[in-house]
Design a protein around this ligand. Structure first.
Ligand code: SF4
Length: 225
């Protein structure tokens, strides 16, 4: 709710499907979504929650892919690392947007079919510019989220992990080296969400892009004149 209020995003009409999951998915108007899973763990029924959002990857595959089509459709703030979808994103075709979404290891980008604009969490960059933390962090009453310089946050994450491990054998930090939104989970990440962690090879963009660039001149040679 804090995310929607700060970013002026519309509510979503939802239906009860017999689950606490509401709304059902991220959308152009929902940048952050608490995913709800009912799982059996250690013979007990458990409720798992996962606050899904853009991870603001350190080397974002979405940006590398979008750059192939429209330079500047996705940018990265050099000071905060926030990955931002710009107004140029409306120049991407549906197929190009699908390629960008496919490149994201966490299935985050969403698109407004009416305007063609893409949307996702902005790290509340406008708040950061004024020295305020993101709206979700500011409004969280239990301190489940923290925001700060990377080194400080990594130290905090490792400290919390050591505490969690005493009670939860499988506790782990997710994709620490590749992302700026770092999750600590108490159990197998797949029990929380199928895109909780990146699949192997998701961040090999340099190799994929280099390959594409090598193939393109060959394709140009083969193209009939
Ligand atoms: S999580 Fe997806 S959308 Fe966000 S920066 Fe990474 S690749 Fe881009």
């Amino acid at each position: 709710v804090a995310c929607k209020q700060w970013n002026g995003l519309k509510g979503t009409i939802t239906r009860n499907h017999g689950s606490h999951q509401n709304p059902s998915d991220l959308s152009f108007n929902t940048y952050k979504l608490v995913r709800f899973s009912e799982v059996v763990s250690g013979g007990k029924l458990c409720w798992y929650f996962f606050a899904d959002q853009c991870r603001h990857c350190t080397d974002p595959p979405c940006m590398a892919t979008a750059d192939e089509y429209v330079s500047g459709a996705i940018t990265k703030n050099s000071k905060t690392g926030a990955v931002i979808f710009t107004s140029k994103s409306d120049k991407l075709t549906v197929e190009q947007f699908n390629a960008v979404k496919e490149a994201c290891p966490y299935n985050i980008p969403r698109r407004d079919s009416a305007t063609g604009l893409m949307a996702k969490c902005t790290m509340c960059s406008d708040r950061l510019d004024k020295g305020y933390p993101p709206a979700c962090v500011k409004s969280c009453p239990t301190g489940a989220m923290n925001f700060g310089d990377r080194d400080e946050m990594l130290a905090l994450a490792k400290k919390r992990l050591a505490e969690a491990k005493k009670k939860h054998r499988k506790a782990q930090l997710l994709d620490v080296d590749e992302t700026r939104t770092i999750f600590l989970v108490a159990d197998d990440p797949m029990k929380y969400h199928e895109f909780a962690v990146a699949k192997a090879g998701s961040f090999d963009m340099d190799r994929k892009m280099a390959l594409k660039k090598m193939i393109r001149p060959i394709a140009n040679i083969l193209r009939p004149v």
